[in-house]
Design a protein around this ligand. Structure first.
Ligand SMILES: [Zn+2]
Length: 95
């Protein structure tokens, strides 16, 4: 894909470490209608979204300190939290 220097690159803030990064460098999570937080692989799902670095430390912080709950305005179920923590185990410790 061709990109010109003047093209606007959308940026988002990681809800855990608060670093501003290019949107495509972050993982989007979205709250579904039944109050479940899901990973939005393509970043296109409708609904309230939150962004996290692809880093284990950010995910653990967001999940353990209820930052994700707050950002998505939901109350995470324990199994939902567990699923996301398991996903984060595949991520790098630091990026
Ligand atoms: Zn982060």
């Amino acid at each position: 894909m061709m990109r010109s220097k003047s093209e606007y690159l959308p940026q988002r803030t990681c809800i855990a470490c608060r670093q501003i990064k290019e949107k495509k460098a972050l993982i989007r999570l979205v709250s579904t209608e039944n109050g479940v937080a899901a990973i939005d692989v393509f970043g296109k799902k409708p609904g309230r979204g939150a962004y996290l670095c692809p880093k284990k430390t950010c995910w653990e912080l967001a999940l353990r300190k209820n930052r994700l709950d707050y950002a998505l305005r939901i109350k995470l179920h324990d199994d939902n939290r567990q699923t996301l923590l398991e996903y984060s185990h595949n991520l790098l410790e630091e990026s």
